[in-house]
Design a binder for this molecule. Structure first.
Ligand code: ZN
Ligand code: ZN
Length: 183
């Protein structure tokens, strides 16, 4: 099997974790996981297989710097963003659904306990979640710039205090009134 990165016949069989066979490149240490092997590993864990990939498919990010080809089928691998505000992408074959992990990417997912959520990365809810998180981080940065650290912390505390306060309406009116002691 050809490594999608090194483009030589360098993929050898390994056991990535118990019950999960994979192929690893002896040169770049990237890992290829077959879709059926991944699903079988899921089932062996005795849990339900999560979301079907066929539902709510998302368009991959095609900003590829270099084409990677599926070691199984030779198709071009599509790139999907996995985590917000990082350059963490996974490459996936949309024909056989196999997934390519560059060196350390599998370990990075294990670290975040996301290695058993991989099929979700390619679904609409996950991609929407990514978008929400990135927007949030962007707004947070803008507020910090506008307010300055100290005021921003202060107003966030006030917001938190008011959030579920039973007298929220009255308290807000008090805050916004020019002179709350005048009728
Ligand atoms: Zn390689
Ligand atoms: Zn393929």
């Amino acid at each position: 099997m050809k490594c999608p990165v090194c483009k030589i016949d360098s993929l050898g069989s390994i056991t990535l974790v118990e019950n999960l066979p994979a192929n690893q490149c002896s040169s770049c240490k990237g890992v290829w996981i077959d879709s059926n092997a991944y699903i079988a590993w899921w089932k062996a864990k005795g849990e339900d297989v999560p979301m079907k990939q066929t539902e709510s498919k998302v368009d991959p990010a095609w900003d590829v710097k270099e084409l990677k080809l599926c070691p199984n089928s030779g198709h071009i691998l599509a790139r999907y963003k996995v985590l917000p505000d990082t350059e963490f992408y996974l490459d996936r074959c949309s024909h056989c659904n196999g997934i390519w992990f560059d060196k350390n990417e599998w370990d990075a997912l294990v670290e975040r306990n996301l290695h058993d959520n991989i099929n979700e990365f390619f679904t609409r809810p996950w991609q929407d979640h990514l978008h929400t998180e990135e927007t949030k981080a962007h707004m947070d940065k803008l507020y910090l710039e506008k307010f300055g650290g100290e005021d921003y912390e202060h107003i966030k505390q006030i917001r938190e205090w008011l959030k579920d306060h039973p007298k929220q309406g009255m308290l807000l009116a008090f805050l916004q009134a020019k002179d709350p002691y005048k009728i």
